[in-house]
Design a protein around this ligand. Structure first.
Ligand SMILES: Nc1ncnc2c1ncn2[C@@H]1O[C@H](COP(=O)(O)OP(=O)(O)OP(=O)(O)O)[C@@H](O)[C@H]1O
Length: 252
């Protein structure tokens, strides 16, 4: 077994692009270091929650890790190799506000599969499977942008999962959803994690972090202040900032 391929809390990951290692990662703008991370190693399996106050750099970190923006310094390695087309193909991301095409629900999924290079002969069955998975089978022909917020986010999530990513990045996917819609998303996320997809998820919501997290990366002012097992993090946070955050105090 390769180093870091199994996380104690989860199922074995899909194809081996983990661990993800970030070293000396810096992103700056307007003369400020918005991300400044000496070393962060994310192992396979389970769910890693990225937690921290507003403006801590959570979204920026996710975008850097997924390769949507380039760092000013530092490097990323996926299982020891720099990011390339093969590692990118095994990742997907879902944003706080779903980015859906002006097409039907089914066509949104088909488009993602096509863009991912899936053969036409297999696509119809996989679209049907994803629709079923998201509880969207009855809405297949409806324009995606007419779905409710919760349905749109379910579509964005099952569309991302349809390409069978080894790593799924989620940036506050339930931030604007009600409890029922949030529960539906959390069920899909937990199931994906159980099936071996590595989840790396930003949330503000401490309850959600407790429900879904196997480990927590706590960010403050662009730095990783803590990276620990979720149970240990919530029971006995090691930093003043994390203690205050968990206690619901304002962390500036
Ligand atoms: N492209 C950019 N140029 C300049 N500043 C930026 C850029 N992107 C983000 N920032 C700033 O970087 C800081 C971190 O932003 P980021 O969105 O990552 O925070 P966050 O932890 O996700 O916050 P929130 O919880 O409010 O979403 C913020 O102060 C933001 O204004």
């Amino acid at each position: 077994m390769r180093d870091g391929q199994i996380y104690a809390g989860g199922a074995p990951a899909l194809p081996g692009i983990l661990p993800l290692l970030a070293e000396g990662l810096v992103f700056q703008a307007g003369g400020r270091r918005l991300i400044d991370i000496e070393r962060l190693r994310i192992a396979a399996g389970g769910t890693t929650i990225v937690l921290g106050p507003n403006g801590a750099g959570k979204s920026l970190l996710l975008r850097l890790l997924h390769g949507l923006i380039a760092p000013d310094a530092g490097r990323l390695a996926w299982a020891g190799r720099p990011a390339d087309a093969a590692t990118r193909k095994l990742q997907a991301m879902v944003f706080q506000r779903p980015v859906l095409l002006r097409r039907s629900v089914a066509a949104n999924i088909d488009y993602a599969l096509k863009a991912h290079g899936e053969p036409r002969a297999e696509r119809a069955a996989r679209v049907a499977q994803a629709l079923e998975h998201g509880g969207l089978a009855g809405m297949a022909r409806q324009p995606a942008r007419t779905l409710s917020g919760g349905e749109q986010q379910r579509l964005a999530l099952v569309r991302a999962l349809a390409v069978e990513p080894a790593v799924l990045f989620l940036d506050e996917p339930t931030a604007s959803l009600d409890p029922a819609a949030t529960a539906a998303i959390e069920r899909l996320v937990s199931e994906a994690a159980r099936n071996g997809t590595k989840i790396i998820m930003v949330t503000h919501d401490i309850g959600q972090a407790r429900r879904l997290g196997d480990e927590v990366v706590f960010l403050h002012r662009g730095r990783v202040v803590e990276h620990s097992d979720a149970t240990a993090f919530f029971q006995d946070p090691g930093s003043r900032e994390a203690r205050a955050f968990i206690a619901g105090e304002l962390v500036l």
